[in-house]
Design a binder for this molecule. Sequence first.
Ligand SMILES: NC(=O)c1ccc[n+]([C@@H]2O[C@H](COP(=O)([O-])OP(=O)(O)OC[C@H]3O[C@@H](n4cnc5c(N)ncnc54)[C@H](O)[C@@H]3O)[C@@H](O)[C@H]2O)c1
Length: 420
Amino acid sequence: MNYDIKDIKLAKKGALRIEWARNNMPVLGLIRERFRKEKPLEGYKVACCLHVTTETAVLAEVLKAGGATLAVCASNPLSTQDDVAASLVKNLGISCFSIKGEDTRTYYKHIESALATKPEITMDDGADLVSSIHRRSQVTSHKSQVIGGTEETTTGVIRLRALARQGKLCYPIIAVNDAETKYLFDNRYGTGQSTVDGIIRATNKLVAGANFVVCGYGWCGKGVAMRAKGLGAKVIVVEVNPLRALEAAMDGFRIMPIKEAAKIGDIFVTVTGDINVIRGEHFRVMKDGAIVSNSGHFNVELDIRALEKLSRAKKQIREFTDEYILRDGRKIYLLGEGRLINLAAAEGHPAQVMDMSFANQALSAEYIARNYRKLEKKVYKVPEDIDKYIAALKLKSLGVTIDTLTAEQKEYLASWEIGT
Ligand SMILES: NC(=O)c1ccc[n+]([C@@H]2O[C@H](COP(=O)([O-])OP(=O)(O)OC[C@H]3O[C@@H](n4cnc5c(N)ncnc54)[C@H](O)[C@@H]3O)[C@@H](O)[C@H]2O)c1
């Protein structure tokens, strides 16, 4: 089923918001101009399983300018911006299979619809396309026509590395997440800002003075903690990795196990990529009015079933805010059904950071098209020269100039002698 859009108004609204994103994505703009001339993706079908946001639409324009035929589906049932999906179909002539709030069955049906276009290149955010292809090949021993794919997020890269370790990865993957121009900016500043934005949009609560518990002090967690601190929250970090916990301690945060943090937190966010980080025993001791949310990729970080079991009633009190009344009368508020709160209740990452993440996507797709014959069924890093090129373009777009090494400095840095 193609996404059937009748609402021209919706598509118009999407087009304007896409224009706003495009204006804030200068690196992708430069790539689009080159792609228009060189057509590196001519003749390729690309399936994109990404959050259907304005920034994704700008990436779609770039891939299309490069000659690709696209099919877009969502990488999360709640992250689609319907006006963007409408605009992709109406204004850009791109097939888009996604509706905000679709149920799980429809979500996977839409992934199948994107795969039915027989893509040669896949773009994943969470590895759902690769997993679907993998499952299908197990059942039918169907041989995939895909020559390569890319992966946008930490959780997806972890899943794909697990497949590669078992020798089951069906084609080469470029781990866009692991590019420095991706995770250092997108995960940290993008997730940091938009997660706090999502919590505020869903609740309109004052962050200043609140005990704000961040579970996971990876690149996303660092960003969330930094932004919550900036709004005046008393930030508590929960970690399992001693190095990350030490880093959080020296960044000035309180560290404690979740069973302690659960008793004093006002607002909770999980960003671990792990399962059941906040469980029944933690909900049981939370304060009346505690707010619980997740910004990790899958909705498995909060044990929502346990929360449901502990509750005698539930109602949606605001959009993206469900009130659970526990048997003893305490209330716990779950945001965005435990799904990525920055995409469910806010608009995801700002265009300025997605400019770099999606520049990595576009250039990695080009790299696959040019080099797939040399690639093995492995997870590859984005080539360093692409990463550095994107950083240089971004700096240029920001009007920032930097120094270059002198010949003497180059020689010194390449030698073992101390010099005089
Ligand atoms: N919301 C978004 O838009 C967005 C953007 C990028 C990434 N993500 C997702 O966010 C998650 C985190 O990504 P990241 O790049 O920060 O990963 P990361 O690997 O850098 O950090 C995860 C951290 O969580 C910690 N952790 C694991 N299990 C834990 C537990 N039970 N309790 C406490 N801490 C625990 C790990 O030790 C690690 O430090 C992933 O699922 C990723 O896909 C979301």
